[in-house]
Design a protein around this ligand. Structure first.
Ligand code: SF4
Length: 307
């Protein structure tokens, strides 16, 4: 298994058993990572190599139970946050999710919040009341990869979901009181549709109105269809400045009510962030300054970028 741990998380992750590589959002660095499913039930996105070698499966309930109950007593006293892995624990039925959340409540006295990756298909398979019942059991935050607000781009990368489906899935989560952290990826549409992708992504983010927005920049993962398309010239990616132009288009078209916007991920050429709506003007001014004189700014070198 590979889980990147902070010292705090290490103390309670040591006794957990994991199958294959396990990823989590950077903001879950101090959370207990509990694997309740394996892989991703979608697993079609052409840029994503995370679960190429791990078919989707539900982790046997007995194994989940043993891991939670078997945590050392000192660790149980310290866990405040739990992240349900792998790629989309929300693929589980509401009944199974209730069992897991009830188990966590019974075993972890300091539990404050539970979070998970999610996708629109899994949200649309649940009614708002199902999601409300999960929220009542402290499922508080979902991380969703919108990737793009442009249907053509979503089709080209084989996302398997439309923009409208993603907006509706997010609407259900929000109506249930679950907070959303939504990501999109610069470069996914190639140079040809870069600005359309940027504009439509800003518009979709506005429609979703999440609490958190994260913008990443495409990293080509060997073995993925996207890697092959770029290697063979079928897709041409925007250059660094093109990526920043695309980011500007997203920011310019994002109108949200109360959101932390970040594009400071290790994959990005230029770290940028702020609170929207109030920092929108400053973020656009920063991007305009860089776009007007890119030679005056030290962008993150290609070799320093990482997933
Ligand atoms: S990007 Fe997300 S939904 Fe797509 S295959 Fe990877 S984990 Fe699954």
């Amino acid at each position: 298994m590979t889980v990147k741990n902070t010292p705090r998380a290490l103390c309670y992750t040591r006794s957990m058993r994991y199958l294959g590589a396990v990823i989590r959002p950077p903001s879950e660095a101090t959370s207990l990572i509990l694997q309740v499913t394996y892989g991703c039930s979608n697993n079609t996105c052409e840029f994503c190599g995370t679960y190429l070698d791990k078919p989707f499966a539900v982790r046997p309930p007995d194994a989940v139970h043993e891991d939670v109950v078997g945590l050392p007593a000192g660790a149980k006293e310290r866990v405040e946050r739990v992240f349900l892995a792998d790629g989309d624990a929300l693929a589980l039925s509401p009944r199974r999710l209730h069992e897991i959340l009830d188990l966590l409540h019974a075993e972890l006295p300091q539990l404050e919040r539970v979070s998970s990756y999610a996708n629109a298909k899994n949200l649309l398979a649940k009614e708002v009341d199902d999601l409300r019942a999960l929220r009542a059991r402290k499922l508080d935050l979902l991380y969703l990869g919108l990737e793009s607000g442009d249907d053509q781009t979503l089709a080209d990368i084989n996302k398997g979901m439309t923009v409208a489906e993603q907006i509706e899935g997010c609407r259900r989560a929000k109506e249930a009181g679950i907070r959303l952290s939504v990501t999109a990826i610069l470069g996914l549409a190639g140079a040809a549709r870069s600005l359309e992708h940027g504009r439509a992504t800003g518009e979709a983010l506005s429609a979703i109105d999440p609490e958190y927005i994260g913008i990443l920049t495409l990293m080509l993962v060997p073995g993925t269809a996207m890697h092959r398309k770029v290697a063979t010239g079928q897709t041409v990616l925007p250059d660094q400045i093109g990526m920043l132009r695309e980011l500007r288009e997203i920011v310019a078209h994002t109108d949200v009510s109360d959101c932390l916007f970040r594009s400071n991920h290790a994959s990005n050429y230029l770290p940028l962030g702020g609170h929207l709506p109030e920092d929108k003007g400053a973020m656009l001014a920063t991007l305009d300054k860089v776009l007007q004189a890119p030679e005056a700014v030290q962008l993150r070198p290609e070799t320093w970028r990482a997933l």
